[in-house]
Design a protein around this ligand. Sequence first.
Ligand code: GLN
Length: 485
Amino acid sequence: MNLSALTIHELNNLLKSRETSAVEITKAVFDRISSQEEKIGAYITLNREQALIDAEKADERLSGPDSGSLCGIPLSIKDVLCTRGLRTTAGSKILEPFIPPYDATVIEKLRNSGAVIVGKVSMDEFAMGSANENCAYGIPKNPWNTEYICGGSSGGSAASVAADECIASLGSDTGGSIRQPASHCGVVGLKPTYGRVSRFGLIAFASSLDQVGPLTKDVTDCAILLNAICGYDPKDSTSVKEGVPDYCSSLTDGLKGMTVGIPREYFGEGLDPEVERSILASIEKLKEAGAQICEVSLPHTEYGVAAYYIIAPAEASSNLARFDGVRYGKRDMEAESLIDMYKESRSSGFGDEVKRRIIIGTYALSSGYYDAYYKKASQVRTLIMEDYKKAFSQCDVLVSPVTPTPAWKIGEKTNDPLSVYLSDALTIPANLAGIPAMSVPCSISKAGLPIGFQIQARHFNEEALLKVGYNLEQRLDLVGKKPSI
Ligand code: GLN
């Protein structure tokens, strides 16, 4: 049996019945990494020694009564989440030597549940990108075709799950960075409601948009991992004191009585015909499962990208001011004055895309331009929220493509950042509104690349996403379909 290819819930059954052990699973995952990493390049830092120690501890705990679903399960972690004692680079040279003295809250929760951290996975530098081509430590490849991008910015998370180099992963999503790579790599990815999951210890990109979430091999695993990381955290003032349901309990409910909305604007110009056909075929499956279908309108969708590419860089320009060579990471030792030290540390530490965002954000916030850019973008954001409010008075979930096209070839868009920004058009609105959204694999293109199905719901209704995702998954028979790397 190939243990690294199994899901969390399958492994949990094997662990409970003593047919395998956490150490065996962890070793299987590292064997898989040894055989695949050269082709995929998903990891920045491996945690082999500590992982085996943690797996042994998990095995002890598994012999007792309080083990839970994640005990002994090897996970990869996007390199944007602080892990105590384990290097955390955010995909940037500027943080190359950074070893956090503390754990992000989500990491602490995973450790408490007995999960095993395999290592830290690749990402676009500071989570800025859609292809994982902006990483200081190399470009991870799409396991379905290694000439193609795996998506971004949580590309290492998606690739490591798809290539069975871990059992599941945590990523972060500011404008689509969980859902888009999940879609391109044929795995499940969920961005929770803003405030549902603690951001403490998540290296900030755009604080009003960032959320941490799971990337997994199926919807059940997504519910299990979400259960483990959700909830109020006094260390994150934007986390919300809402009760957290058990996300596994409603998965198998049917879709009778549920209304599924199709947002007209998500099926416009630039949508690849094969993607469109796959989405429409999946909507038919939801109908078969008992859902009512209706058409709705989100009229301000087309302004989402423009608003996002002001708000996110503006917040980033402020968040990234802390990387000055004094407090974190790399310092230029040759500079002769303090100002030169700041300049040199930042110039050599940040990559091109990060510099571009800092310049855009600083410009947008500069005096005299604030009203024209940041304020306007915030007004657009409000209009997008109102669009959703209206739409959700007519339906329970919205369904659409995740991205207008399947993955593109590595290098194809390197000189065209604008076309990369535009590829985020269908994922950005959920972040601007703070609502939860999910990508579930729905088909494989003729060229052999996965296509994802996006589901969005109102604030704190992750249960609806999971229920619709689960019903679709059951009817599509794609789980267990693996790329031949
Ligand atoms: N692709 C978007 C960007 O580059 C979103 C990134 C993200 O969600 N972290 O900003």
